[in-house]
Ligand binder design. Structure first.
Ligand code: AMP
Ligand code: MG
Length: 423
């Protein structure tokens, strides 16, 4: 077991993250129907298996013509064509368009062979524009000349055969699912959702809804972390609160393992107090691989694994203070969770100006800040107390301001880096 030490013995945040990520394996892929695909992570690169759409279609209601037949058409000297075809959306013309002929055509209907342009109904003497069910004319007067290709959506306008459309690792947005549907896909390969067991530990914790008792507090961490896990695309396994005794923590760990989690996250009980039993249980059921990070808040963060039924389950022991738990999740757990689910997106950083004086203790600090645009610059202000127990400091925050290692004071006006808290 690693021993508590001075600041110099603490593990650098970037090195810790690298070591954590090296131990994270991507989950399996699974096929889901399009109804379940929104928000999931693509496990395949989707390519067009044909030119899409596969046929040229009318972009307006009107008349498909041979452009050269109407080259001389003008309002005062219309060209009259025989209407030989009537093509509705979803139907294909029974024969090609002949010279001197027009085909009545509806938006989205396939352009018949031989036609090179579509003249919109407003540029003809046809009156069915208001009533497409009206019978077609025997003859139509065309009032405007048409260029070849006019009002025709070419085949392959959306995608060319073999073209990569959606890359592996992409989180599927509504429009992506629409695209998949338009390509005729009924299902898609996505990474499995990470099943995450979140366990709160502490004698002082009450479940939401229980009457308040002297000296007790409500469990906030599990609810906040559940939201973060779900926001990252994971699913949360329900567990009871563990008490500050080895038997209780062991029991809840075993309940977690029985649900076949892909990751276990606990909060509290990883400091050096006498009641900090999580690490004792971890020594028994798995192994600690790193502990004590040069991070503020979040120094006691513990990472390791628990021996599960199907192999090693990555384990994060987060500090108990709610802000510490959320910051360490953001900095170290979320990247692991995203990697597990195959996601390629990276955290969003920005350069900002410190709006006020801020201090640190030499560890890399993540301070809760609000961001304001002032004269085209992003200015960061503290959200108030930076106590790691004060959840409101996090509620009010847009971003975390990163104070590098060994920096004790940030003066107003200094250039700083901020990390956005939501995408
Ligand atoms: P510990 O890591 O056990 O020393 O806890 C550090 C601080 O976080 C203590 O003030 C705990 O009461 C508080 N704390 C621990 N777990 C939670 C929780 N689930 N929700 C809110 N506060 C907590
Ligand atoms: Mg405690």
């Amino acid at each position: 077991m690693m021993k508590a030490g001075k600041m110099a013995d603490l593990l650098n945040v970037d090195a810790a993250l690298e070591r954590i990520l090296a131990q994270i394996e991507p989950l399996q892929a699974e096929d889901v129907t399009l109804t379940e695909a929104f928000g999931r992570v693509l496990a395949e690169t989707v390519t067009a298996d044909a030119d899409w759409p596969p046929f040229a279609s009318a972009a307006v209601d009107g008349y498909a013509v041979r452009a050269e037949d109407v080259a001389q058409a003008r309002p005062e000297q219309p060209v009259r064509l025989a209407v030989s075809l009537d093509i509705w959306a979803g139907r294909v013309a029974e024969r090609p368009l002949g010279v001197g002929e027009a085909a009545r055509i509806m938006t989205g209907a396939p352009v018949p062979e031989g036609a090179t342009a579509v003249v919109m109904v407003e540029d003809t003497d046809a009156a069915w524009g208001d009533d497409p069910k009206a019978a077609s004319l025997e003859q139509v007067a065309i009032y405007q000349a048409a260029q070849a290709g006019q009002n025709i959506r070419p085949s392959g306008e959306n995608a060319r055969m073999g073209q990569a459309l959606l890359a592996q690792g992409r989180v599927l947005r509504p429009v992506d699912v629409g695209l998949l549907a338009s390509l005729g896909r009924a299902s898609v390969g996505v990474y499995e959702r990470a099943r995450v067991a979140i366990l709160s530990t502490g004698d002082e914790l009450l479940e939401a809804g229980q009457p308040l008792e002297a000296g007790k507090i409500y469990d906030a961490n599990r609810y906040a972390l559940e939201g973060l896990v779900r926001e990252a695309g994971g699913a949360v396994l329900p567990l009871p609160i563990a008490r500050d005794r080895v038997e209780s923590v062991r029991e809840v760990f075993q309940a977690a393992l029985a649900a076949h989690p892909h990751m276990i996250i606990s909060t509290a009980g990883v400091s050096v107090g006498v009641a900090d039993v999580v690490r004792l249980v971890l020594d028994e059921l798995g192994q600690v691989s790193l502990w004590r990070i040069n991070l503020r808040p979040g120094k006691p963060l513990t990472f390791g694994y628990v021996r599960g039924l199907g192999g090693h389950v990555p384990f994060f022991g987060l500090p108990g203070n709610p802000v510490s738990a959320l910051v360490t999740f953001d900095v170290l757990v979320k990247p692991a969770l995203l990697r597990m689910m195959g996601r390629q997106d990276k955290p969003r950083y920005a350069q900002a100006i410190a709006g006020e004086r801020m201090t640190s203790d030499g560890r890399r600090s993540y301070l809760r800040v609000r961001l304001h645009e002032e004269q085209g610059r992003l200015v960061a202000y503290s959200t108030g107390t930076q106590s790691s127990g004060a959840l409101m400091s996090m509620v009010l925050a847009d971003a975390l301001l990163i104070v590098p290692e060994d920096v004790l004071v940030i003066e107003p006006g200094a250039e700083v880096q901020v990390k956005y808290l939501s995408e």
